[in-house]
Design a protein around this ligand. Structure first.
Ligand code: 3PG
Length: 207
């Protein structure tokens, strides 16, 4: 993987879509808010269709598929039009399937041994998941001295209340979070509010 995924924006919006008709308005709201990237999680039945729609109708967004937990999902997401892939953890077959798509991807790790295994496999940009439950910013601070080559996009439990503690770390490129597209705003189709949350997140700064 040559292209950096984690140094583009301070926050990658992690989106769970229940209603297919929300896909394009959400993507447009993120673009409008100055955060032209989306990680659409494969957690709902409409997720792959949502990726297809966004790929067709909002080409200006960098479109990722998240929650890749089986090798088959990597190809499905790529076929639907995803431009990058994110997995919450890593197995050899999962990383192999993600590599085979040719897309940039972030494999997940939550322990030092998992990080070392992924470095051995050639990765330097990883998802740290579930971030808060796995030691949070303190874990990443502790791992930086012994394993400086690994850089992270922590995700899981990150919010406006704790995001600064992550972005201040030298081994964090960006964070992932679902707070920009909360279920209540999506249910109300409040796209202006999503754009406002995206704008606030886009203005966060890192180390
Ligand atoms: C993910 O898949 O990256 C996380 O579930 C997002 O975590 P959050 O909902 O706590 O932001």
């Amino acid at each position: 993987m040559t292209e950096s995924l984690i140094d583009r924006v301070p926050v990658i919006p992690v989106v769970v879509i229940e209603n297919l008709d929300h896909a394009v308005p959400i993507a447009r709201a993120l673009v409008k808010g100055g955060l032209p990237v989306i990680e659409l999680t494969l957690r709902t039945p409409v997720a792959l269709d949502a990726i297809e729609r966004i790929a067709a109708e909002v080409p200006e967004i960098l479109l990722g598929a998240g929650t890749i937990v089986t090798p088959g999902q990597a190809k499905q997401a790529a076929d639907a039009g995803a431009q990058f892939l994110v997995s919450p953890g890593s197995t050899q077959s999962l990383t192999q399937a993600m590599r085979e798509t040719g897309l940039p991807h972030l494999p997940g790790a939550a322990t030092v041994s998992e990080v070392l295994a992924l470095l051995e496999a050639g990765y330097t940009e990883l998802k740290f998941f579930p971030a808060e439950a796995s030691g949070g910013a303190n874990f990443l601070k502790s791992i930086h001295a012994p394993v400086p080559a690994a850089r992270f996009c922590p995700t899981g439990g990150i919010s406006p209340a704790n995001v600064a503690s992550y972005l201040a770390l030298p081994n964090v490129g960006c964070v992932g979070g679902s707070w920009i597209t909360p279920a209540a705003l999506l249910a109300n189709e409040d796209w202006d509010a999503v754009a406002d949350l995206a704008r606030a997140a886009s203005e966060l700064s890192g180390a």
